[in-house]
Ligand binder design. Structure first.
Ligand code: CP
Length: 299
């Protein structure tokens, strides 16, 4: 079914052209630098950030994006909201809508939570990370970062490895969809116990073998809070070590937060390590990408 542009819930709904349109707009915002959008498309509008799981990058970048578009925002966090008394996600969203907010940005542990909200409210809903299934704004900002690095509109012919705790990663699931739509070949790499084989792309447990064939590598955090278990040899086998990095000339991404010294060495993670380290560029792209999404849905 074609994307109707009302909500932003999952990249599976968007076409390659839909993605590229939003990515080009995000790129315009990046080229314009850190300034307020003069047309202020969100002037007079309030966006609700409904975050039932913790976040640094996603929540703050939606806040910055909203303000740059001339809008205002409210933050609703699980610890301080009536969700802590058992109020459902949909009831919470209905109350926010009744207050007159123009859109809801939601992060939650429920896989289908953002979709359920979208089915029950009349305002745009943006998925800012749901369970282990989807993090579509992250995948779109990753695509913006990669296309700007490669100097292309799409990712046709690029081979990209996603490495680490794939099982618990909503970033991996959304990137598998988004990167494929843009023409990239994706290989998932990790220890077999964290490497599902039903995501529709190649898998491998041989990081070094795959690293020598890819133009970009996306390192993932081991999600101990979701009970991920790794062996003592994880860093040796699947970490982006200084030695591996020295022999790799492609782009390095990590959605954050990072376990420094586990999936990525300290010196590789540092922003000044190399122009191929795109980790903070991803964060900058995140603001611009979320501006493009908010403008399209609400502006
Ligand atoms: N990449 C990402 O989603 O980071 P946060 O959890 O800090 O938002």
């Amino acid at each position: 079914m074609a994307w109707n542009g009302r909500h932003f819930l999952n990249l599976a709904e968007l076409s390659c052209e839909d993605m590229i349109g939003l990515m080009k707009r995000a790129s315009n915002f990046l080229d314009a630098g850190d300034r307020y959008e003069p047309n202020a498309p969100l002037d007079g509008k309030i966006i609700a950030n409904l975050f039932m799981e913790n976040s640094t990058r996603t929540r703050c970048s939606f806040t910055v994006a909203t303000k740059r578009l001339g809008g205002d925002y409210i933050d609703l966090l699980v610890e301080t909201s009536s969700a802590s008394k058992g109020e459902t996600l949909v009831d919470t969203a209905l109350n926010l809508e009744a207050m007159g907010v123009a859109g809801i940005v939601v992060r939650c542990s429920q896989e289908n939570g953002p979709n359920e909200i979208a089915e029950n409210v009349g305002i745009p809903v943006i998925n800012a990370g749901s369970g282990t299934s989807a993090h579509p704004t992250q995948a779109l900002l990753d695509a913006v970062t990669l296309t700007r690095y490669f100097g292309t509109d799409d990712l046709l012919g690029q081979h990209i490895a996603i490495v680490g705790d794939i099982t618990h990663s909503r970033v991996a699931r959304s990137n598998v969809i988004g990167l494929a739509k843009l023409g990239a070949i994706v290989t998932l790499v990790g220890p077999s116990e964290l490497l599902p084989n039903d995501l529709g792309c190649k898998t491998s447990t041989d990081f070094d073998g795959v690293l020598s064939t890819v133009s970009a590598v996306m390192m993932l955090r081991v999600q101990f809070e979701r009970d991920a278990k790794v062996g003592e040899d994880y860093h040796e086998k699947f970490g982006l070590t200084e030695q591996r990095f020295a022999n790799f000339h492609g782009a390095v991404l990590h959605p954050g937060p990072m376990n420094r010294g586990l999936e990525i060495d300290d010196n590789v993670a540092n922003p000044e390590s190399s122009p191929h380290n795109l980790i903070l560029s991803q964060v900058t792209s995140g603001v611009a990408t979320r501006m493009a999404i908010l403008e399209h849905l609400i502006g």
